[in-house]
Design a protein around this ligand. Structure first.
Ligand SMILES: [Zn+2]
Length: 414
């Protein structure tokens, strides 16, 4: 099973938006560009919502039938670990193995020396396509990086073999993710990681490093765009080298987690992808849930009232909601409007504060991030929330499709 060149990770927290999401990919196909939809949902999200992986699969299959989608599509068990992978096994054909917690764990010194012996090519100079200077490393540097990453890659190998035993080799797509960690991985780290992945026999088709800068949930990139572009470009060169050298899958590509709404780096990504003729996987999961809130608010009446209620509840439980996402949000509490203020808003006001238009002076990224991590509030409302999703279907579906197509697919892929 081979993942297409361009793919879009889409999240459907409440299993109501698959059709509206798929429509965005269909619109891209009508313009001649294949963007493979990948419905991803992590164990953390399933646990917070109280949902089951079977439901994600059923919603994806139903959307594909309803729209007559002929292209490929996948269901991603996102950020799985050995303890959480089994519940996804029958329903997923894409597995994102998260080994960030194993980075830097103590490794046998013998394993480090053996790795460096096995890979003399990693020490010395290396010409990387489209890289400004030849890449250079010493054996000591290779050993230092191997010591940092070998345990993590070995853990990924263990999980990969566990999945392969259950499902059969070649019947699913593997991503290795290391993004949920404190420090970004440099291109030199990427090369050592890929050599180790090849040694473990993991046929990774996507790899998710932690990039330089902040990838906060649902808002724009914060950081040095020029540095990001250099590193992203160098990563693509390193991947091309690693594919040629180590026989990794030819379609191996970068996966950008928390990739939604990063408007200021899409032009840089696009340039780098074009330079290398490379593909990319962009994970955008949570942005769709925010479009549900926008669609509710835009519908007015009971929909707007429910959106206001969700905000008030999220504000009342801000600590609890933010805790699991502390490393991927930056919320200034003083910038959050009070529930009373929000209660006085019209539909248009609520929409302009929440909708991600950075040029709109009313747009509030703090409120947007809080609602992004606030889906638990809607989950607790249960049927009351789901009923409103049905009642406000027209405005929600339009916002979900437009957000993916206009703000993500168009600038990055078309
Ligand atoms: Zn991630």
């Amino acid at each position: 099973m081979t993942l297409g060149n361009f793919s879009l990770g889409i999240g459907d927290r409440f299993a109501h938006e698959a059709e509206a999401q798929l429509l965005a990919c269909q619109m891209a196909a009508q313009r001649g560009v294949e963007v493979t939809p990948v419905w991803n949902k992590s164990n953390r999200e399933h646990t917070i919502i109280g949902s089951e992986p079977a439901v994600t699969r059923a919603a994806a299959d139903a959307a594909v039938r309803a729209l007559g989608w002929k292209g490929a599509y996948h269901v991603d068990a996102d950020h799985i670990r050995m303890e959480t992978v089994d519940r996804f096994m029958p329903h997923s054909d894409f597995f994102t193995i998260d080994v960030a917690d194993f980075i830097g764990q103590p490794v046998e010194p013998r394993a480090v020396a053996a790795f460096a012996d096995r890979h003399p090519e990693l020490a010395g100079k290396l010409a990387v396509p489209n890289m400004a200077q030849p890449f250079e490393a010493t054996r000591a540097e290779v050993e230092r990086l191997a010591a940092k990453y070998l345990v993590a890659v070995q853990a990924a190998g263990g999980i990969y073999r566990h999945i392969a035993k259950a499902k059969g080799e070649g019947t699913f797509i593997i991503e290795v993710s290391m993004d949920e960690t404190d420090s970004p991985q440099t291109p030199s780290e990427m090369l050592v990681i890929l050599a180790a992945i090849a040694d473990e026999g993991i046929p990774a088709q996507t790899i998710a490093p932690k990039f330089t800068g902040r990838f906060n949930k649902g808002v724009d990139y914060v950081g040095d765009v020029a540095q990001f572009e250099r590193e992203f470009n160098d990563d693509l060169g390193i991947i091309a080298c690693a594919v040629a050298r180590y026989g990794l899958p030819a379609n191996l590509k970068l996966s950008v987690h928390s990739g939604s709404d990063k408007f200021s780096i899409y032009p840089a990504m696009r340039r780098a992808l074009k330079r290398h003729g490379a593909g990319v996987h962009l994970k955008t999961a949570g942005t769709t849930w925010l479009e549900e809130c926008i669609g509710l608010a835009e519908a007015g009446g009971d929909g707007l009232a429910l959106a206001k209620e969700i905000y008030a509840e999220a504000l009342a439980h801000v600590d609890e909601l933010c805790a699991p996402y502390a490393t991927v949000i930056d919320i200034h509490r003083a910038k959050l409007p009070t529930a009373a203020t929000v209660n006085g808003w019209t539909s248009a006001q609520f929409v302009s504060v929440l909708c991600h238009d950075p040029r709109n002076p009313a747009f509030n990224p703090h409120l947007r991030q809080l609602l992004h991590v606030g889906f638990k509030v809607a989950a607790k409302m249960g049927g009351r929330y789901l009923d409103q999703l049905d009642r406000c279907r027209a405005t929600i579906a339009r916002n979900v499709t437009t957000n993916l197509f206009d703000r993500h697919i168009q600038p990055l892929f078309l």
